[in-house]
Design a protein around this ligand. Structure first.
Ligand SMILES: [Zn+2]
Length: 115
């Protein structure tokens, strides 16, 4: 059940760190005795109780998901993150801006720029 690895994160639409683990995405919930508790981002959408906690770079699964992992969702979100990073690094590049301007407003606001 436990697994030691480098932690991988994405930025959420609100600019919060999200933990990526075994094909699932988790949002930070709270800290408890030095453990950081993360809950599945689908907990409201499909009533998933999936949870992990982290201590340093160690991830421990404490509750299982009621759905399959979604690797495509992670790829899409990582692309969004990269587009925003590129837009911040190359603010005048018309190709990047073209794609960037198609992202949802909430996502741009959370991860970086509003324009
Ligand atoms: Zn889940």
């Amino acid at each position: 059940m436990s697994d030691v690895s480098e932690l991988t994160f994405l930025k959420s639409f609100k600019g919060m760190d999200q933990l990526v683990h075994n094909g699932f995405i988790f949002q930070y919930e709270r800290e408890n005795n030095g453990k950081r508790i993360w809950s599945c981002i689908l907990n409201h959408k499909v009533d998933c109780r999936g949870r992990v906690h982290t201590v340093g770079a160690t991830v421990k699964e404490i509750k299982e998901h009621n759905h399959e992992p979604d690797k495509d969702e992670i790829i899409v979100r990582r692309c969004f993150n990269e587009i925003i990073e590129q837009a911040n690094n190359e603010p005048e590049d018309p190709k990047i801006l073209y794609v960037y301007k198609k992202l949802p407003d909430g996502f741009r606001r959370g991860v970086g720029r509003i324009d």
